[in-house]
Design a protein around this ligand. Structure first.
Ligand code: GLN
Length: 302
């Protein structure tokens, strides 16, 4: 079965069930999206491409941006990073505060919000303008020079981002932020508000399918690419990561905008988008689509 016919079949199965789940409304601007949207795109290492539905429509990538900022931090400060952030699954919600106090301000992993705030702090210290740096990086990886932040989303999150502010100030109290928490939060909210389509995300994540290399050279080393894929498998979908590995069996990263990117090292990068979320903040139809993709294609790292 070709990737195109697999995506067509998944679309046919899922379309009548939409909308599924609940759109994230704790960031009010995210709730303005049509909850019936559904798109998928896949790129493979031989240059193949297939897509379906709303694959070319841009959406708020939210926590998917954490893979890009982690990649940037690993490129510039790999050793320092792992003294300040752990590599274990958290078993708690992505925006949880409880673990942080018990564990002395060292977040469990770079994909929960606390971990991403530390990663953002590292990027700020090393690259200066973290907002420009991430936008440039996403443009280069995707080949789309007009990728940009949705400033309404960034502003909407900043105005009500009390929980993230609490995390940032708490991290600062433990000495695990170098920059002012407000500066870190501003960069973090913008990073989450980057707008990209499934097609652009699938293309951008190809360096993780190609052992660190993309079409214009090395992004990171092959061992760093392996490390990021491992972290996505163990922490990329938060406290649903066990069920996700069980049913899909691919490293993946989700965001509360409803996007999920999954990678099969050596084979392909796949992105799905549908805005309705389950209780853990992962796209409900998107998770189902990935589960169906793994079943129909027989592709999994296991
Ligand atoms: N911007 C969101 C937040 O910080 C990102 C969360 C997510 O996508 N899981 O709450």
């Amino acid at each position: 079965m070709s990737y195109q016919s697999i995506l067509d079949q998944i679309h046919e199965e899922i379309a009548p069930t939409l909308p599924q789940g609940r759109i994230a409304d704790y960031i009010p601007q995210l709730a303005c999206v049509d909850e019936r949207k559904f798109g998928m795109a896949i790129c493979d290492v031989d240059g193949g491409y297939a897509s379906v539905g709303d694959a070319d429509e841009r959406f708020s990538i939210q926590s998917i941006s954490k893979v890009f900022t982690l990649t940037q931090a690993m490129r510039t400060a790999d050793a320092q990073l792992w003294r300040r952030v752990g590599r274990e699954p958290s078993g708690t919600a992505f925006n949880s505060l409880v673990q942080l106090e018990f564990e002395n301000g060292i977040p469990r992993n770079p994909f929960i919000n606390a971990g991403a705030l530390v990663v953002t702090d590292i990027v700020l210290s090393h690259l200066g303008d973290a907002k420009a740096a991430l936008r440039e990086f996403a443009r280069r990886l995707s080949g789309a020079s007009d990728i940009d932040y949705d400033l309404r989303v960034a502003d909407s999150e900043a105005r009500l981002g009390y929980r993230n502010a609490a995390l940032a100030y708490f991290l600062k109290s433990f000495g695990n932020l170098e920059n002012h928490p407000d500066q870190v939060l501003d960069a973090y909210f913008h990073h989450c508000a980057l707008s990209m389509s499934c097609a652009e995300l699938a293309r951008s994540f190809m360096y993780l399918a190609r052992h660190g290399i993309n079409s214009d050279g090395a992004v990171i080393s092959s061992s760093q690419a392996k490390a990021i894929n491992s972290l996505m498998l163990t922490s990329g979908t938060y406290d649903a990561v066990g069920a996700f590995a069980y049913s899909v069996g691919l490293p993946a990263k989700s965001g509360v905008g409803g996007g999920i990117v999954a990678v099969m090292p050596g084979q392909f990068s796949l992105c799905v988008w549908s805005p309705g979320l389950d209780g853990r903040g992962n796209s409900m139809a998107g998770s189902l689509a990935l589960e169906r993709f793994a079943a129909l294609s027989g592709q999994s790292i296991f």
